[in-house]
Each structure stands twice: as structure tokens, then as C-alpha cells.
Ligand binder design. Sequence first.
Ligand code: ZN
Length: 562
Amino acid sequence: MTSRFVAECLDCKFQAPYSPYQLACPQCGSQWREARYDYEKLGQTLPALLAHRPFNLWRYRELLPIDEYNPSLSLGEGGTPLIHAGNFGMMLGCPNIYIKDERQGPTNSFKDRQAAVGIAAMKEAGITEAVLASTGNVAIAYSAHAARAGIKLWAFLTSLVPSEKMREVALYGTQVVKVTSSYDQAKKFAAEFARQRNLYIEAGARTIPSVESMKTIAFEIAEQLTDILGPEKPYQNGGSKLPWRVPDWYFQSVSGGLGPLGVQKGFDELVKMGLSMHIPGIGVIQADGCSPMVAAWKKGQEIAEPILAPRTHITTLATGDPGRTYSLLYQRLKSSGKGLFESVSDEETFRTIHILAKMEGLSVEPAAAVAFAGLIRLVRTGKIKPTDVVVINCTGHTMPVEKLILGDNWARSVSLPSLAFADTPQEGLLAALNRVSVDRFPRIVIVDDMPDARRLIRRILQSQGNYSILEAGSGKEAIELAQRELPDLIILDLMMPEIDGFAVLDELKANPHTATIPVIVVTAKELSPEENERLRGQIHSLLQKGEFMSDEFIDEITSLIG
Ligand SMILES: [Zn+2]
């Protein structure tokens, strides 16, 4: 027990020392409590302490519910990079998007933080056996940390959890109990098991170390953004790095809601300590087939109606009943004034997995991609402004890339007969290379005099499918390229010096070899009636610049060239 912080009841406000053994408020019996610290004092002392500590979760140990930091338990959790999503941002027209890459934790998800702090608190209290229910990632993170700490773990997993994940949980020595039911039922079952055996249970937002662990995401983001963009008011502090910069928005996909709840508390504590000036808006994104929070938020309701039968392929996010965690989020996001709840389809999510992989080099699991798909939707609807600084939690455990996402024909096969190959190495190798490099992909010519505009369209096309993309920087080049390559599609800018898009079109249509190639025209300006008349019947469609990300654009290309 420590006097550094107290557990405050969210219902009767009674403050008591914290002990993992005590699951409820000693005054009113409520299970909903939160840690409170001496923020004024910490605001004075923390910056100096941080200066000499490595960049990991434990650098904020004065704000975590443990007495003594025990480095031997750590697997290197926290301290994940904040990556600028330049290409993804360019596509959306938002240059300030950053990715908090929680995939780089010890078991590849932000749940590593929860497990690290949770297991450290248990170890400190002398707890040797614990129970949890999970949709997958919590069980894996806890299993790794429990194994290291020598704590026996029971994991109740619904039968929807992918078998790869279940096996990994078992690999760490955890007792796996498969429950054929919804996740909400599995949680109740696990709680009853723990109660009967008098075992410690990890209960998400009702478990103080769990909420506290998530704050470290907020602390890290503030320190990292300050390094990247500079402090919020650099000239008022004589060169010091304070106050820290926080984003305008923090986005996370959610199942139960623990992540955003803890992160919001972290940003709130930074303001209480005087280390930052405001609390960011929180963007909470769910999967369409299981979005009780989004439904309640949009109706202005403080209580979420449970979804009894979640319908989404993204099982990691299938918490049908967020319970009070949602109500707390509702209250806090309403009072801070900035919250957005949105849901996205599985299809949008799978499409976004492709975009992130091809544009940013990030392979993420569907549960993480949901947040990015939500951001795309909220940028399109104007809820997120182009100038906003946005940080997205990119989490997710590795997973087999399902057929659902990659489709067929994703690889080319070559077999090199070893004997023949050894006899005539040149010949065999050349024949094999020829087979590999035969280009099966549809060819698209992008015509624009601005290199950045060509690069943007190229990026977007590459993120959506397999295309061979050729570029022309002038009308003259475009005509030559079209005649030589006879592409499957031409994407044409109208306003170019010398030979403009109209003249290119005339030339293409006059030549029987190029006359039938479909053309999509892209323009930055409003066209006059005369100009519209010139295009009539000549082009497949007309797009305003900035509309590239619309589903219509992509669907049109797919329908034109497959
Ligand atoms: Zn109470």
C-alpha cells in the first residue's frame, strides 16, 4: 500500500488505499473506482524525473498503481513509435496524421500495457493465480507477462477467437477454457469461476491497473508530438519543452472501451498536472455489426443497449454490452466537448488494410484497421478538418492474412527444376524470370503536369489493387505513351500547358488504335458549359480533384478494367 495515490469510488467519492484484493468500495460496495494522485506535486517533479529514464511505459511509474518498479518483470512494453502517416494523410488531404504503432509491443498489441501493469500489481500483492475472459489479444498479452512473473492464468475464450490466437495463449502455459457463447456470456462465466474459487479476476475498466496502464499511451503521445511538432507555446517558456503538445484527435477502434477510457484519463491528468493545455477529442470507432456505443451516442443516450448477437467478422471487437464503460466515456467526452463515435463495415475495414499495407508499409489486423476506416469516413464527412493533428492507435496481434482480405491470385508460382537448372543455369534462370515478369495487371496511364498529383493518384490506385501504372507529365507525352502502350485506362488532367487535356482527348479519339481506351478526366476547376460540351460522349467520367478517395472512383476503375 502506498500513500502516493488513492482509489476513489466513482459513486460515493469515498477514497481508500488501493489493494488488488479489494474489489469494491469499502463504503458503498461499488466496483467502479479510479486512482487519484497528487497532480500538483507530480506536475512539478515529473519532467525532471523523465529526463533520465528510458522511453518505455515505466518512465511514468509515479502515475501507476504500483509501489516498486520491478524491471525483471518487464518485456519492454510501451515506448512504441509515433509514425507520421504521410502517404495516408496525403490521400485524405490531412497532412498531420500520426500512427501510434502499438504493434511493436512484446505481443503486438496495446494490451501489453494492461498486462504489464496488471501483472506487476498482482505480483506486488502476492497474487499467484488469476482469471480473465478475452476476445484474444488480452489473453495473449496477459499470458506472456504472467508466464514471466510465474503467475498461473485461466483464460476464458469464446469459440470465435481464431485458433491461432488460442494456441498461442496455451503455448505460454495458460489454462485455456473455450466457451461456446458470446463474449459477454464468457465474461460472466469467468467471473463466476473466479468467485467460486476466490481467484483474482481482470475486469477491464473496473480493474484499476488496467485503466491506469492505458494512460501511458496519452503520456507517450504528448512527449512524442512535442518532439516532432514542438511544444504548444514555444515562446512563453524560455526554451523549455512545456507545455507538451497533444493532438486535436485521438482515434481508436474499440470493443469494450477500456482503451479510450484510460487514454482520456491520461490526457486529463496531463492538464491537471499543468503539463499540457487541453484534452484532445476522442474518436471511438466500432464495427457495424457490433456498435452499441455508436448507436447510443448518436441517439444521445448515456446507456448503451446491448447487442445480443454481434454480426462482424472482426471477432476481436465483438463486445455486445459495453456496460458502464460506455456511460463513463459518454459523460467524459460530453463534458470535454469533443467526442466522435462512428462505425464502419467489415468491407471498408478490409479495404483499409490494403491501403495501410500498400501506402504505409503497415500490416495491421482488422480490429486495428477499423479505426483508420473510421477516420477516412469522418474526414470525408468533414467532421475531421484538414488541419487537425490526429493520432490513431494502431494495434493488433499478428494474424494469418485471410482469403477474405487478399483474395486469390496474390502470388506467382515458379518451380525451378534443380538438375536442369544446374546444367544450364543461364537458360533456366532466364526462362523462369520471363515467366515471373509477364505482366498480368491492367495498365493505367496517369496524365498530369504536376508530379505530386501523379504521385497521389498512383498511390491511391496502388493501394486499391494490382495495376501497372505509367505516368505522362505533358499532353505530348500522354499521346505518345497511349499510342505505344495502348493502356486499359487513361486518367487525364485537363489543365496543362501547351497541349491540354482537351487536345489530348481529340488526338486520342482521332486515332482508331486509341479511340476506344476509356478516359477518366480529373479537373481542379469548375467547367464552363462549352467545356462540358466538348467532353460529352468523349470520356467515361469526370472527377473533381480531391474526390479520388471516393468509393465511386475506385468502383468505377474496377468496373472498367477489373
Ligand atoms: Zn463508494
